[in-house]
Design a protein around this ligand. Structure first.
Ligand SMILES: Cc1cc2nc3c(=O)[nH]c(=O)nc-3n(C[C@H](O)[C@H](O)[C@H](O)COP(=O)(O)OP(=O)(O)OC[C@H]3O[C@@H](n4cnc5c(N)ncnc54)[C@H](O)[C@@H]3O)c2cc1C
Length: 391
């Protein structure tokens, strides 16, 4: 990364502009804990215990890790967060963070809650919602579809398809685009299959439905190319959400345990190559697709900015969006939005008990994506020291 670029993402005054001194101190405390794997493990065990024994620690969790990484317990509670981001031209994409459902009642509840959220977002003119297919069908059935053990003509699959379709239809009506999360490789085929059908149906005039592509998987760019070929042939627009991928350790372990080749690139360099090549391919084909990039990697964001410039794409072109998680990499989000790029924060929300598994994953991801965690911690310390010098 060159010096100018480094400077761009080093502006802590801008990055933490909407954080009070107290909020910064809390973030400092939180990232000090996340900085020590032993403490993170202890914290995880504490959260699991709270979940299992229903212990009365909701208040502490809410005031600390929950408030840092989540928008609220209900969509209405996220309003203040939406407003504070909106002041800096940053959009918000809420994600109802409940873990995988396993009963028909659970799937219907997830669908109905998502419909309510989409209607709410439509009124606020917020353009995106993230959904998880594991909220709409159980993992074992998604796996069976992926490996061809469950037929697409089965009642189970049809009702899953209908639930996804209903969300996309309500999304289209409300001008809210549906971003379908990518999950584990062994269920991803069935997620892609339903996503492709939805793009066929709802992306005739522009991308209203997006499939997520994980670049840590080998062959991702080829897959995007195949999809674009289908989209061109059948005349619809492609919605591409590009990420590196969140389940690396789990994927590798499963492949090893079950004696099949890991679907994940061998090295970080190869994942980065897949990511950068996919970015470039999408930018070059922007007439036929929309690109939504979820990454905290400063270098990748800079690369995308350069590619847009080279290909004469305006910063505010609404076919390209940069996104970071709420509570992470504000230095990227606030800098990009101040330069007029489209930025959206992904904001998890939901009842505390239900978001605990998500928070544990965040804590674990912070320890496995140690570089990002350290970077966040350094920025927080820099900003505290900058403010102290002013007093
Ligand atoms: C807004 C947003 C939405 C997201 N949505 C999803 C989603 O739907 N599905 C999903 O799976 N993830 C999702 N993620 C998580 C994402 O996939 C990454 O895990 C996370 O963002 C870290 O990648 P990075 O590009 O930010 O940073 P980096 O620090 O540059 O990359 C870290 C990532 O590189 C890869 N990696 C690290 N080491 C190696 C190695 N040795 N070999 C090969 N690859 C390696 C892993 O994917 C790791 O997570 C999302 C992230 C964001 C910000």
């Amino acid at each position: 990364m060159d010096k100018t670029s480094k400077n761009l993402f080093n502006n802590t005054k801008l990055a933490f502009t909407n954080k009070s001194n107290l909020q910064l101190k809390k973030a400092f405390f939180l990232f000090s804990v996340l900085d020590y794997p032993v403490l993170t493990k202890l914290g995880n065990s504490f959260l699991l215990l709270v979940l299992k024994l229903n212990l009365p620690f909701k208040g502490i969790i809410k005031k600390t890790i929950f408030n840092h990484f989540c928008g609220g317990e209900t969509i209405e509670e996220c309003d203040d967060t939406f407003k504070s981001l909106n002041k800096y031209n940053i959009s918000a994409m809420p994600e109802y963070s409940v873990e995988a459902e396993s009963t028909l009642e659970g799937f219907e509840n997830y669908k109905n809650d998502s419909i309510e959220i989409i209607n709410y977002l439509g009124n606020l003119k917020l353009p995106f919602i993230a959904i998880k297919c594991t909220g709409l069908m159980d993992i074992s059935s998604l796996e069976k579809i992926s490996v061809g053990e469950l037929n697409e003509d089965s009642d189970e699959y049809k009702s899953f398809f209908k639930r996804v379709d209903e969300l996309c239809r309500v999304g289209e009506k409300n001008n809210v685009k549906i971003l379908i999360d990518a999950e584990e490789s062994w269920i991803q085929d069935s997620i892609d299959r339903v996503g492709l059908e939805m793009m066929r149906k709802y992306n005739k005039n522009s991308a209203n439905v997006f499939i997520t592509h994980q670049c840590y998987r080998t062959g991702t760019l080829d897959k995007i190319k195949d999809y674009l070929e289908i989209a061109n042939k059948e005349k619809f627009y492609l919605g591409v959400k590009l990420v590196r991928g969140a389940y690396m350790e789990k994927e590798r372990k499963r492949a090893l345990d079950n004696n099949y080749p890991s679907p994940i690139h061998d090295t970080k360099e190869n994942t980065d190559k897949e990511f950068n090549n996919s970015l470039l391919f999408c930018v070059k084909n922007i007439q036929k697709l929309s690109l939504w990039v979820g990454s905290h990697n400063e270098d990748s964001c800079l690369k995308l900015m350069e590619m847009m410039k080279k290909n004469k794409i305006k910063k505010e072109d609404d076919r390209i969006w940069f996104s970071q998680l709420y509570g992470m990499s504000d230095n990227i989000s606030y800098s990009l939005s101040s330069l007029e790029y489209n930025v959206v924060k992904l904001i998890p929300f939901g009842p505390i008990e239900k978001t605990i598994p998500y928070l544990i994953r965040r804590a674990n991801e912070n320890s496995s994506v140690q570089g990002q965690s350290n970077r966040q911690f350094t920025l927080i310390k820099d900003e505290i020291s900058r403010r102290n010098k002013l007093n």
